[in-house]
Design a binder for this molecule. Structure first.
Ligand code: PRP
Ligand code: ADE
Length: 163
């Protein structure tokens, strides 16, 4: 689901959309790069984005926000703080110091791997996975596979859908 779906505050959606920038052919020919850095330069649009997801999830008994490196680390923590959930980072390989589980995945322009600390998400947690963007969905699938190895209820959100 992206920010523009399922209602939310209609007026804010247009402000959020117009604060995003699309750069054709970056980082490779044929890619329409959805740039969220322009949204971050607009405090109202940035806050509206966070508030929209906080409104949607504040009464849904979410116990953990799972953020995907790197841009999920921008949007996940403020949502976690506002709804009173813990924040768990999914990191690129060899960044986490403790015992990890790993999941490889294919991207629009390459392949990568995500890792999560063992025990950070526990059986019975209700998890919301947050990232800036869904393109092929490969990253989101990898995140859900990492979480799916335990008895965890999972929902997922991204700010932009690029496909
Ligand atoms: O739906 P997908 O095809 O999997 O693509 C979406 C992912 O790609 C981007 O991250 P990227 O891997 O470029 O890393 P970054 O956030 O560290 O720049 C984006 O932030 C998503 O995580
Ligand atoms: N089209 C896109 N725009 C921004 N980030 C991306 N990551 C993968 N595909 C992307």
């Amino acid at each position: 689901m992206s920010a523009g779906e399922n209602g939310g505050s209609g007026g804010c959606i247009n402000g959020i959309k117009s604060a995003l920038r699309v750069i054709p052919n970056f980082p490779k020919p044929g890619i329409m790069f959805q740039d969220i850095t322009t949204l971050l330069l607009d405090p109202k649009a940035f806050k509206d984005t966070i508030d929209l997801f906080v409104e949607r999830y504040k009464d849904k008994d979410i116990s953990v926000i799972v953020g995907i490196e790197a841009r999920g680390f921008i949007f996940g923590p403020p949502i976690a703080l506002a709804i009173g959930a813990k924040f768990v980072p999914l990191r690129k390989p060899k960044k986490l110091p403790g015992e990890v589980i790993s999941e490889k995945y294919i991207l629009e322009y390459g392949s990568d791997c995500l890792e999560m600390h063992v025990g950070a998400v526990e059986s019975g947690d209700r998890a919301l996975v947050v990232d800036d963007l869904v393109a092929t969905g490969g990253t989101l699938c990898a995140a859900m596979n990492l979480l799916g190895s335990g008895a965890v209820e999972i929902t997922r959100e991204a700010i932009v859908r690029a496909c």
